[in-house]
Write a protein that binds this ligand. Sequence first.
Ligand code: HEC
Length: 125
Amino acid sequence: MNRTLSLFFLLLLLGCKSKESAPEQDFSYEDDKLTPVQHGQKIFEGKGNCTACHQPEQKIIGPSLKEIASVYKNRDGAIVKFLKEESEPIVDPAQYAAMKVNFTVTKRMTDEELQALEAYIYSIK
Ligand code: HEC
């Protein structure tokens, strides 16, 4: 009886806890207040982990954002389509294999998040 009772309270406690912490885990409301460029930068540097291979001005493992933006502008490419693996690489096709592994991450993103990434890349001049 005692055990059942304490189990009951434990479950009650856990139930309350998960309800309390839920709003903190929901970042979407906060992201709504950012401009697409700011939102894109946040994803690029945060959960996208894109900065591991891309810097704004300099080529490291991957091409710089400046280069990506200029190639996509000149050739009228679609970054969102590329990140969904729906179009071919046009910046540095020889290195495509290193970029391809990231599609597991980008394919889980919403269209809004991908458009934000695109806006951020285009904002680098
Ligand atoms: C492991 C290293 C690595 C990471 C992490 C990485 N990239 Fe890349 N990326 C590359 C390389 C290498 C290329 C050049 C090959 C190519 O052009 O596809 C590239 C190319 C690109 C291109 C140009 C594609 C084209 O048309 O040629 C875009 C856009 C891009 N990356 C966006 C991103 C975004 C957004 C992220 C984060 C979600 C990201 N990358 C994460 C290595 C990486």
